[in-house]
Every structure is written in structure tokens, then in C-alpha cells.
Design a protein around this ligand. Sequence first.
Ligand SMILES: [Zn+2]
Length: 129
Amino acid sequence: MAIIQCPHCEKDIELEAGSSGLFDCPYCEEQFSWGNTPHSSTTRWFDLWLGLLIPSSTIFPGIPMLLFIFEPQGLEGLIYLIVGIISNILTTLILGLIGLRMQRYQLALGALFSPIASALTFYLYAETI
Ligand SMILES: [Zn+2]
């Protein structure tokens, strides 16, 4: 047996030694997690950057790569630009949904703020052409 304190009501709770996961406090009935948390803080930071940077990578280097590979002429270039922006929005949405589904909220948070990063990337890229 291990005795821990409820993070909500601070009463002592007995747990099986070495147990981990989600528990309900018998006193205040609040839920709390104990033991090995599934995601370390490194993973959380990694997820945040992942959610933030992957969508903007569809703009840069995504769009320049598309233009380089297919060498579109005139109006075609605009189409590739739109494709780049659409895949950017899709990547943002997919990452956000994955984050929510897997309860990796930092990933969803990163995706939430990624339009800002994407807009910045797009602005910087547009400056170079
Ligand atoms: Zn409690």
C-alpha cells in the first residue's frame, strides 16, 4: 500500500503500491492521475512544436518545392499556391483532430496557433518572390 494525498481535497488515500493511472478520490469524488503519466514534458513540448510547424512546412518549403518540381507557367502557379494553402489548412485540421483524439492537447494547441506561424511563413516566402 502507498498513501498519497488527493490533489483536490488533500485527504490521504491508500493506493496499491506501484499503481498508476486515473483514480477517483473516495472523499471528494474528483478524478486525479497518479504514477507514470503517459506523456513526459519533453513529449508535450515536442507535440506543441509539431502542431505548430508541420502545417507551415506545407507553405515553406512545400510550395517552393511544388513550383520547382512541376515548373508551372502563369496561372498554373496560382493553382499550386492554392493547393499549398489548402493542404496547409487540412494539415492543421488533421493535427488538431489527432491531438484531441489521442488526448495530446499540446498537439491540438500547436495546430490552433499554427495559422499564425503559417501566415508568417507565407509572408516571409512572398517577400522572397
Ligand atoms: Zn479528494
